[in-house]
Design a protein around this ligand. Structure first.
Ligand SMILES: Nc1ncnc2c1ncn2[C@@H]1O[C@H](COP(=O)(O)OP(=O)(O)OP(=O)(O)O)[C@@H](O)[C@H]1O
Length: 466
């Protein structure tokens, strides 16, 4: 959720009921609230208090909001003013924007929208409204492939086009979604995540769209969905390839019309949300087989970004390994660790089927289980022996460019096929071996392999072992 707001807001409204409700909302968000019943009172307060932003009604007896706007821009040009107006007066609000209003919000109010608008005005006043580049600390790794990913994300961040993140489990899709949000003009708004594969259809629908009181047995109160909660921010739909045809239709409407109804509700709600989706599934094939709607695919795939698997960018293994060593040593209260060249070589030679997540878990285990502070090839080998998913077989087989799923550069078709089928066979064996050792307990098998349960399920499915 968004950080608390800081600053002084001046709320100008002649209706005491509105002032009370809005005042409480703003105060709850962390702001110091001053109120004025009319324009004249507002100007007096502006001369007395360190006001950072003015939020004013348009229609008021005496001085109107527009007149107040022109006085504020003349006398206090550094203070942004946000106008609140009813639906019927949109053209007037547009005029107000031209006359120098920082923004306007429409009545009836949406809680998230009003907080988002005030936050934006405050940030602009404090001169840090936009952060155009990705934070360099976000992605560790120096590979060209990840450089391309970062460049694409940076370019996409400033707009609102839907971004579709593709790539195997553990390649950093969620990290990319968050980085995109943080670098976007919406960064002060919420970043809301929904994991679509984890929920059955009806639960997914109610999580996404929310519900009205009494919509179904157990719906004792109205609950807003993730779409509403993401208002003014970004909604990250993870594992989008796993949604049912029914939810696909509802999502298509949401993306097309930017509107929806809560379950059991009749009111159509508009959304101001940037959508980012992710999947490890082959959506193009699913479209061909009729498992995924083509129109939804095109709506989602406006800006496709491919996160390459770790084995396709072995040069990232060293910086990532060092990074995770440092992070986990600190978290476990251990002294800094170093890696010998043969330890690094052993790490580089692995295929990392669980990608960055698996390398992270592996480094954490090394920190916890080794004496340190120097990690040798032997330490790595000992740990590798406990992890049947790993073996010395470097086999890049997935797209190394984030732009398109292409064959790995430099490998001829037959070479890559042989390596890929070998890798797949070894992976399949490792899965079977882990399941056997775990007595078919999948949680334990995932742990043995050093991958998440979800990655295990995905891999079992890929190999037809479910
Ligand atoms: N380039 C990177 N630099 C630092 N950490 C990374 C990088 N890529 C991934 N990670 C870390 O690896 C872990 C897995 O990444 P993430 O959850 O983003 O992957 P994902 O592709 O969304 O996986 P899944 O499809 O299984 O949800 C996270 O802890 C993330 O912070």
């Amino acid at each position: 959720m968004a950080e608390p707001l800081k600053g002084n807001v001046l709320l100008v409204d002649d209706d005491p009921a509105v002032a009370k409700v809005l005042g409480a909302l703003l105060a709850q968000a962390g702001l110091t609230v001053h109120t004025a019943k009319n324009g004249a009172e507002a100007l007096t307060l502006l001369g007395q208090k360190p006001i950072d932003v003015v939020l004013s009604d348009v229609r008021m007896p005496g001085m109107s909001g527009l007149e107040l706007l022109s006085e504020v821009t003349r006398l206090f040009p550094e203070v942004p003013i946000v106008l609140m107006t009813a639906h019927g007066t949109v053209p007037m609000a547009v005029e107000a924007m031209k006359a120098g209003a920082a923004d306007f919000v429409l009545k009836p109010f949406d809680r998230e929208e009003i907080l988002f608008t005030v936050r934006k005005a405050l940030l602009r006043a404090q001169g840090e409204a936009e952060r155009p580049t990705l934070k360099t600390s976000t992605f560790v790794g120096d590979s060209t492939a990840m450089g391309q990913v970062e460049a694409l994300l940076t370019r996409a961040a400033s707009g609102t086009a839907t971004v579709l993140l593709r790539g195997e489990s553990g390649t950093g899709k969620e990290l990319a979604a968050k980085a995109l949000h943080d670098a976007s003009p919406r960064h002060a708004g919420p970043f809301v995540k929904l994991h679509c594969a984890a929920l059955p259809e009806t639960l997914l629908e109610s999580e996404l769209f929310g519900y009205e009181k009494g919509a179904f047995t157990g719906a004792a109160t109205r609950k807003p969905g993730r779409v509403e909660l993401a208002g003014g921010g970004t909604l990250f739909l993870d594992e989008i390839g796993d949604i049912t045809p029914h939810v696909q239709v509802k999502l298509l409407r949401l993306l097309q019309e930017r509107e929806f109804e809560r379950l059991g509700g009749t009111q159509t709600l508009k959304v101001d949300v940037r959508f980012v989706a992710a999947t490890h599934r082959p959506l193009e094939e699913m479209v061909k087989k009729g498992e995924f709607r083509e129109d939804l695919f095109y709506r989602l795939n406006v800006v496709p970004v491919w996160l390459p698997p770790l084995r396709a960018r072995p040069e990232d293994i060293e910086p990532l390994a060092r990074h995770f060593l440092e992070v986990h040593a600190k978290a476990n209260g251990r002294q800094p660790f170093t890696l010998t060249p043969d330890a690094l070589q052993a790490l580089r030679s692995q295929p990392w089927p669980g990608n960055v997540r698996q390398l992270q878990n592996f480094m954490e285990r090394l920190v916890v289980l080794s004496d340190g502070p120097t990690l040798t090839g032997e330490d790595v080998a000992r740990e590798l022996a406990r992890q049947p998913g790993l073996m010395p077989l470097p086999a890049p087989s997935a797209p190394s460019s984030p732009l398109a799923p292409a064959a790995p550069a430099g490998a001829t078709g037959s070479e890559s096929k042989t390596l890929d089928s070998q890798r797949r066979e070894t992976e399949r064996q490792a899965l079977l071996d882990a399941l056997k050792r775990a007595g078919d307990n999948r949680t334990l098998a995932a742990r043995l392999l050093g991958i998440s349960r979800r990655t295990l399920y995905n891999k079992l499915e890929e190999h037809g072992l479910v």
